[in-house]
Design a protein around this ligand. Sequence first.
Ligand SMILES: Cc1cc2nc3c(=O)[nH]c(=O)nc-3n(C[C@H](O)[C@H](O)[C@H](O)COP(=O)(O)OP(=O)(O)OC[C@H]3O[C@@H](n4cnc5c(N)ncnc54)[C@H](O)[C@@H]3O)c2cc1C
Length: 258
Amino acid sequence: MTSNPRRRPQMRQVTVQMIEQVTPRVRRIVFGGEALAGFTAPRPGAHIKLLFGANPNEPPDPKKLRSQMRTYTPRKFNPETNELTVEFVLHGSGLASTWAAQAQVGEALTIAGPGGGMEIPDAPKTMVMLVDESAIPAAGAVLEALPTSCQPIIICEVEDAREQRSLSSTIEVEPIWLFRQEQAANPGRLLESYVSSVLAIVKDFDDLFWWIACEASAMRRMRSQLLNKHKVSKDRLVSRGYWKLDTSNHPDHDYGES
Ligand SMILES: Cc1cc2nc3c(=O)[nH]c(=O)nc-3n(C[C@H](O)[C@H](O)[C@H](O)COP(=O)(O)OP(=O)(O)OC[C@H]3O[C@@H](n4cnc5c(N)ncnc54)[C@H](O)[C@@H]3O)c2cc1C
C-alpha cells in the first residue's frame, strides 16, 4: 500500500446542496457546483482541503492559507451530478467544526484537491482498521476498495452508542464499536487497549495489514505497540494522525514515522 506524491491542488468554488444530520456528532454535507466538473473520483484515503473564511471573488491570501484550511475526506463523488459528499465530526470547537455545525444550504466554500490516497496493490487476507469518528469516512472508502478476498476487521471508537452508523451503503460490515463516554476515556485510549484483543481474534497472522487513523498521540502509541511489542513489520502498517488533542490545525501528513 503506497501513498501518492503530493501535488499542488486546484481551488474550486462550491455551494452546499444538502445537509443531513447523521448522528448527534456527525453532519453529512453534499457540495455541488460547476467547478466540481472534472474532479477526480477520489482514491480511498484521499483528502481534500477546505478553505474557510476566504472571499470567493478574490484569490486566497497565501499568508493566511494554511491557518484557514482544514483536511477532510471526499467520501463520495458523483461525476454525473458533480456532487461531493463530506462527513464532518462536530467536535465542539474549531474553524471547520463550527462552520459545519451552522452551515446552510446555498452557502459557498472553497475546496482544493483531491490529493493523496492509497493503492492496495497486494491485497492482504485480513485488514484491521482502527479508527475514530474523524476517520470513519476514510474507513468506509477503504472498505469499498478492498477486494472481496480481503476480510476487514474494523474497530471504531466514538463518543457514545448514538454515534454508531453505517460505514458504507454498498458493503455490509459489522464494526466493533467502542464508546468513550461509558469509560470516561480520552480519545484513542479504547482503540489502544483493543489492539491486543484484535490479536486474539485474528485467526491468520500471515498477510495481515493494519490501518490506523485517529488522534495523533494515540496513533503513535499504537504504532509503537505494534512495531515494538508485537513485531509487526513496518510494511504491514499504515498509520495517520487525523487530528491532535489540544492542537488546532494539526498537519495533514502525520504518519507517525518520526
Ligand atoms: C487525511 C485526513 C482526512 C480527514 N477526514 C476527516 C473527515 O472526513 N471528517 C472529519 O470530521 N475529520 C476529518 N479529518 C480530521 C480533521 O481534519 C480535524 O479534525 C481538524 O482538526 C478539524 O478542524 P477544526 O477546524 O474543526 O478544528 P481545529 O481548529 O483543527 O482544532 C480545534 C480544537 O478541536 C480539537 N479537535 C480537532 N478535531 C477533533 C476531533 N475530530 N475530535 C475532537 N476534537 C477535535 C483540537 O484538538 C483542538 O483542540 C481528517 C484529517 C486528515 C489528516
